[in-house]
Design a protein around this ligand. Structure first.
Ligand code: ZN
Length: 272
């Protein structure tokens, strides 16, 4: 009887996992993150302490119908959980996609409501703070049907990585962790899917680990993601899923000679 009960339970709950065999890339582990100092070597002299060949996959600016569904399909096919830093107005307009991402186990972080072209540095602190909170409210309302006054997932990424000391302090006071990135796809620049895949893979191979930034709003990224995930599997990379937790995340400090790349990128046509 016990065996029958286990089989019955498995039929009810094990089907998704059973579909993810050893051939899938999969999610190797979940890292619960409580309030932590701003992280990501592109902007800050510290990042998550990951093991060699561990990657955190993140996608900014969505959701958009034309591309986000394809990104979710690719992640689902490889049983991988990622983090989406949502633009509030896109979440509001495409709530079904937000709910799908939540249902499929992805982490839903925040990326302002309106993602101003001037970045938040172009606004007063009050106006910027209001847009950050408005975005969190729109994202959580789309995902969970309600806004409780505090974000369900207190993770935030600045548009264009353009933070300010006052905004960082305000977010820290609310227990919100600011995510930069360690590796970026530069998918704000137009290129073919093959070129995008080769560029990002080369950057990952150089860094060997870290928080990877892509955009789920970019067709070239949606086009190349299935093959990239197969590349990562073939080369022995493991995916770490970040999720809200209680304790600060373990951090690794930048090596000597570290420099932020944020100012240089902001001086050019900047990340969306
Ligand atoms: Zn963005």
């Amino acid at each position: 009887m016990k065996a029958i009960a286990i089989v019955a339970a498995c039929l009810a709950f094990c089907a998704p996992a059973a579909a993810c065999g050893p051939q899938a890339l999969g999610t190797a582990r979940t890292l619960a993150i409580g309030p932590t100092a701003p992280l990501g070597l592109k902007s800050y002299p510290r990042t998550l302490a990951l093991d060699d060949k561990e990657l955190v996959l993140t996608f900014d600016d969505g959701p958009l119908p034309a591309t986000t569904a394809r990104i979710l399909d690719a992640l689902k096919a490889e049983c991988v959980q990622a983090t989406f830093f949502l633009i509030g107005r896109n979440a509001q307009a495409n709530a079904a996609l937000v709910r799908r991402a939540a249902k499929e186990g992805h982490t839903l972080g925040h990326h302002t409501f309106s993602h101003p072209a001037v970045t938040l540095r172009g606004w007063t602190t009050d106006k910027a703070e209001a847009d950050i909170v408005h975005g969190m409210e729109a994202d959580d309302t789309a995902a969970y049907g309600a806004w409780t006054g505090a974000p369900r997932t207190p993770f935030f990424r600045f548009p264009g990585f353009a933070d300010t000391p006052r905004l960082n302090a305000a977010l820290a006071a609310q227990g919100v962790t600011v995510f930069g990135a360690d590796v970026w796809a530069s998918d704000w620049e137009d290129m073919s899917a093959d070129a995008q895949r080769a560029l990002l893979l080369a950057r990952i191979e150089k860094a060997r680990k870290g928080v990877v930034l892509m955009h789920d709003t970019r067709a070239q990224t949606a086009d190349m993601l299935p093959a990239l995930l197969r590349d990562l599997k073939a080369r022995g990379y493991r995916i770490v899923h970040v999720a809200p937790g209680a304790a600060p995340a373990p951090l690794a400090q930048a090596s000597a000679g570290w420099r932020s790349e944020t100012e240089a990128i902001l001086a050019r046509p900047h990340p969306r």
